[in-house]
Ligand binder design. Structure first.
Ligand SMILES: Nc1ncnc2c1ncn2[C@@H]1O[C@H](COP(=O)(O)OP(=O)(O)OP(=O)(O)O)[C@@H](O)[C@H]1O
Length: 509
């Protein structure tokens, strides 16, 4: 990605990106002053203890429900923790609140299952208030269970034998809004009877730069293809004459007017978001955006949360774990995430920390080396506060929103500013304060300073730990290293025995 960042520097910015709406010129807006909000949604928000909209939420509201009226597709670049989820969820739910027939009209795609679960929670907190249902397609349950949640099958009538395939027109969506990961979405598109995106009105691509980095079974071209103009292919067919009062058809015609020529109408409205939105024209072109409007915060492309305090902590590489333990001890028992540079070092560091005797906090690993079920269990325990320190690799943590994370530690210096932003952004969310500590060797300092200069709000103070915190740890460290050696040997022989199919196998992200 270093090469990617260098490449981006030389890429000319797209014309529509040169005159963005600056979100930082917006203030928070109390719900009582928010124009047009459905009173039922206002109550739902108040039940979530939300009394005002954050700036990015107000800016998006204006371009969707307000005067902008969803006329343009939105590209939103807004810092971590600034409330992007509600920024898109609220207008979509408000727009769909007047629908009369239930069918799948909004699709939100996210790169990971835990993230999708998190976003579904936000929709589930507001959508039922206006009679809308939200579904999840992430592979958390069996495909059969998921299908029964998403598709409404006609009930068996007494004494009538029934083959669902004979009644295809009556299979209906049970949900108005679907939150999905790309893989499971493709499974449903390809294999689930009655699952259709033909009526889709809204597509949200959250964590866009991450999703556009990989093809994920070509989910994006597939979704765009399904929602293209279909008026020519709409010829009366046998199905049209079936006596089904429920069959619903969305016809998208090809636009003829200037600016709409060849584009499907009604069109699929798109909202794409990230805290580090790509500016690469070839990547953005994949989204086939309609007169895109760019919303961003501040002058620089990368923004750190306003109330984040960044610190650098110099240490000898030989004693890095000691500095980490001393730092964690000085932070007390509040939740903290420690980032390393790879899944292997995450596992090793977590094992080492757990080999220290009498640490006053519970430490667990969270990485792509683990099974999804293990990861989800760990995340749940971390949210509850049963675990205080999460040792993590990068891949899984984008967008993760855990209340009460006061500090983030970069045990390994991030190589790119984007990585720093997503890691640090696990704290200082929703206007709260938070600290990000980076452990640095002498030879890393120059590179780290250069990296931070790419972001706004980048001041970074030196943090020192008194030697009285470090010295007593030396002897404990020796025995922890011994224990680590034993554990690694045990794991290696276990892996050999089970032919590498131990609990640590699975996706390696
Ligand atoms: N208007 C609001 N008032 C109070 N809290 C809010 C409001 N909007 C969102 N929040 C809270 O702010 C936190 C961050 O929101 P969210 O996860 O949507 O941020 P984000 O911008 O998507 O961050 P990231 O880029 O890291 O994914 C959440 O805990 C959410 O509940």
């Amino acid at each position: 990605m270093g090469a990617e960042e260098d490449k981006q520097k030389s890429i000319p910015v797209l014309p529509w990106m040169r005159s963005p709406i600056d979100v930082s010129s917006f203030d928070e807006c109390p719900l009582t002053l928010l124009p047009c909000i459905d009173p039922r949604l206002k109550v739902a928000l108040e039940n979530m203890e939300i009394s005002s909209l954050f700036p990015v939420q107000l800016a998006v509201w204006q371009e969707t429900i307000g005067p902008g009226s969803f006329e343009r597709d939105l590209c939103i670049n807004s810092p971590t923790g600034s409330g992007k989820t509600l920024a898109y969820a609220l207008p979509i739910v408000q727009m769909l609140s007047t629908r009369s027939v239930k069918c799948l009209r909004a699709l939100v795609v996210l790169p990971t299952r835990d993230l999708a679960l998190q976003v579904k929670e936000v929709f589930s907190a507001i959508a039922p208030a206006v009679g809308l249902s939200v579904g999840l397609a992430v592979g958390q349950s069996s495909i059969a269970d998921e299908i029964s949640e998403l598709i409404n099958r006609p009930k068996l009538q007494l004494g009538v034998s029934f083959d669902p395939e004979d009644f295809l027109p009556e299979l209906q969506s049970s949900v108005d809004i679907l939150v999905a990961t790309p893989g499971r979405l493709m499974d449903h598109i390809n294999n689930t009877k009655g699952f259709t995106l033909e009526h889709l009105c809204y597509l949200v691509v959250d964590e866009t730069d991450r999703l556009l980095r990989e093809a994920y079974q070509s989910w994006l071209p597939t979704v765009l293809q399904i929602t293209r103009a279909n008026d020519e292919s709409f010829l009366p067919c046998a199905q049209t004459f079936l006596p089904s009062p429920f069959s619903l058809k969305t016809i998208r015609r090809s636009g003829l007017e200037r600016g709409f020529k060849g584009k499907p109408y009604p069109r699929l409205v798109k909202m794409v978001l990230s805290a580090t939105l790509t500016q690469d024209p070839s990547k953005l072109a994949q989204l086939d955006l309609h007169h895109p409007l760019f919303l961003t915060t501040g002058q620089k492309r990368y923004q750190l949360p306003e109330k984040l305090q960044s610190y650098k902590l110099f240490c000898e590489s030989k004693y890095k774990p000691l500095y980490l333990v001393a730092l964690l001890q000085s932070l007390g028992e509040e939740k903290c995430i420690v980032f390393t540079s790879s899944v292997e070092s995450t596992h090793r560091l977590c094992t080492l920390l757990n080999s220290f005797d009498n640490l006053p906090f519970k430490i667990k690993e969270y990485s792509g080396l683990q099974r999804q079920s293990v990861r989800s269990k760990t995340l749940k325990a971390f949210r509850k506060g049963d675990i205080q320190v999460l040792v993590s690799s990068d891949a899984m943590t984008r967008g993760m929103d855990v209340e009460g994370v006061r500090s983030v530690v970069n045990y390994d210096m991030p190589a790119y500013i984007k990585t720093y932003i997503h890691r640090a952004g696990r704290t200082a969310r929703a206007g709260q304060t938070g600290c990000c500590f980076t452990l640095l060797r002498e030879d890393e300092v120059k590179r780290f300073n250069k990296l931070l200069r790419k972001a706004e709000n980048n001041s970074c103070s030196k943090y020192s730990l008194p030697s009285s915190c470090i010295e007593p740890l030396h002897s404990v460290y020796e025995s922890a290293l011994e224990k680590l050696k034993e554990t690694v040997e045990m794991e290696t022989s276990r892996k050999r025995k089970t032919g590498f199919k131990s609990s640590l196998s699975g996706e390696r992200k």
